[in-house]
Design a binder for this molecule. Structure first.
Ligand code: PEP
Ligand code: MN
Length: 288
């Protein structure tokens, strides 16, 4: 019952049928992160950084490039949801401390994943935005905990989630009182063998039509291949995404996770220049 109410509210907000003043509606669409950064407003949000925080030197080398690009958000996993339990699992709390130091050094907002409810406590302590990963999209106790968190939430689409399942997962967070939710399309599993996942570009206008929540794209996990990341990033912005999440590494060949999809620092800067140019052309993105 509650979910129906929330869903209706979301759709009405998007279409202006809610009886709210324009400025109030716009304010609800914009998610504020770390005080002075936003996702869902006029500015294209760029969240960039390595898949995992591997060392202080690696994280700072990438953060320096991210800061130089003008992006406002730095990503990096301290707790990694790996397919194999024997693969690198992340540095844990030490990784979070490195992220907090990056925020202090560069003023970047920290977006990092919480794998479980205890992880939310830690991200609240060190970060600016809680990422909930694809594998956890329907971890309902985690969603509820994130709904009681004091930070905004980046909710990735599940590996094979329908739009309804994804939006209802967001409703779990909002039903607990946290309305600062941003959706992230990161590709879904299909029969395709030429990519790691199939980035569902049509999900962007579909979400924008039925929900007021900002939605970004992650062409790194969406393709899994370095040479596809920039083309799909361009496409994501062209179809109306509010922002991008992209993985960058100072030495992709040495990465402890997701090296094949990591951009070099130079490739990353070129991507930022291109997507900004595209965003200028299509702003304001038409909403169906
Ligand atoms: C990540 O962002 O590094 C990640 C694990 O993403 P996803 O949950 O989309 O697989
Ligand atoms: Mn990754």
């Amino acid at each position: 019952m509650k979910e129906d109410v929330c869903q209706r509210l979301s759709g009405d907000l998007r279409h202006g049928r809610d009886g709210l003043a324009d400025d109030r509606r716009t304010a609800l669409r914009i998610v504020r992160v770390g005080g002075d950064a936003t996702i869902g407003g006029d500015e294209l949000a760029i969240i960039a950084g390595p898949c995992a925080i591997e060392s202080r030197a690696q994280a700072f080398a990438v953060a320096e490039a991210v800061r130089r690009s003008g992006a406002r958000f730095f990503r990096g996993g301290a707790y990694k949801p790996r397919t194999s339990p024997y693969a690198f699992q992340g540095l844990g709390e030490e990784g979070l401390r490195i992220l907090a130091d990056i925020r202090d050094a560069y003023g970047l907002k920290i977006v990092t994943e919480a794998l479980d409810e205890a992880g939310v406590d830690l991200v609240e302590k060190y970060g600016d935005m809680i990422q909930i990963g694809a594998r956890n999209m329907q971890n309902f106790s985690l969603l509820r905990r994130a709904g009681r968190a004091k930070l905004p939430v980046l909710l990735k689409r599940g590996l094979s989630a329908t739009l309804d399942e994804w939006l209802l997962a967001a409703e779990y967070i909002m039903a607990e009182g946290n309305y600062r939710v941003v959706l992230c399309e990161r590709g879904v599993r299909t029969f395709a063998q030429h990519t790691r996942n199939t980035m569902d570009l049509a999900a962007i206008p579909a979400v924008r039509r039925i929900s007021h929540l900002p939605v970004i794209v992650d062409p790194s996990h969406g393709t899994g291949k370095n040479y596809m990341v920039t083309p799909l990033a361009r496409a994501g912005v062209a179809v109306g995404a509010d922002g991008l999440m992209v993985e960058v590494h100072d030495h992709p060949e040495l990465a402890l996770s997701d090296g094949p999809q990591a951009l070099t620092l130079d490739q990353y800067q070129a991507l930022v220049d291109e997507v900004r140019a595209i965003h200028e052309v299509i702003t304001p993105a038409p909403v169906g």
